[in-house]
Design a protein around this ligand. Structure first.
Ligand code: SF4
Length: 81
């Protein structure tokens, strides 16, 4: 799973980091660090919650076919996050 970071939209609310500080790293001023985030297996639920918590829509779950296929492999019950 990958999260696409739209850094220019970030307003520093830190809601994402409150959900999952190990996934959503912020700079010293509370803004998300630049660059897409590769989420480790087992952290998908937290990553999804953090992504949905962003009021600025600065975070986006990668919904490309390759990312979905990867998610299917990691989520053997067929659940997609
Ligand atoms: S919740 Fe959204 S706006 Fe707030 S720090 Fe995270 S990415 Fe930025």
């Amino acid at each position: 799973m990958r999260i696409i970071v739209h850094k220019h939209k970030c307003q520093g609310h830190a809601r994402c980091s409150a959900q999952a500080p190990d996934i959503f790293k912020l700079d010293d001023e509370g803004y998300i660090l630049p660059g897409d985030i590769e989420v480790a297996e087992g952290k998908h639920l937290l990553a999804s919650r953090g992504t949905r918590s962003c009021p600025e829509r600065a975070l986006e779950l990668d919904a490309t076919p390759a990312a979905r296929a990867e998610s299917d492999v990691i989520q053997p019950r067929g659940r997609r996050v």
